[in-house]
Design a protein around this ligand. Structure first.
Ligand SMILES: [Zn+2]
Length: 119
């Protein structure tokens, strides 16, 4: 006695688990095994998907951290530049009045000395 495969419609001996022609599971045992296999495959796929999602999230977080690091770096650079700029301004602002003050002081001292020596 033979039976036709439900998939490829070809004849197979009655006592085999899988179709000789297309490999489809024919017996209940084989079908259960296949079901188990596909269940495991589905589970593995699901795990894979979860892992992929986590990886994507991790990548996103990593990008966020990198962005933050770059922002901090550029901010600290800006701060440094601003500080240098401020120092330069301070030096310029301080130097000129100091020179003028010194000149005025020297002139006053000379004036006082001349005045003293005259009297
Ligand atoms: Zn078949």
């Amino acid at each position: 006695m033979s039976m036709a495969c439900p998939q490829c419609k070809k004849e197979n001996p009655n006592n085999i688990n899988y179709c000789w022609h297309c490999g489809r599971a024919l017996s209940l045992y084989a079908r259960n095994k296949n079901l188990e296999k596909s269940k495991k495959l589905e589970e593995a796929n699901e795990k894979n998907l979860t892992l992929q999602k986590k990886l994507l999230e991790f990548q996103k977080n990593k990008n966020g951290i990198t962005e933050l690091q770059e922002t901090i770096k550029s901010l600290s650079n800006e701060l440094k530049t601003n500080k240098e700029h401020r120092d330069n301004i301070n030096n310029e602002e301080l130097t000129m009045p100091l020179i003028i003050l010194s000149v005025i002081l020297v002139v006053i001292i000379i004036f006082v000395i001349i005045n003293f020596s005259m009297s």
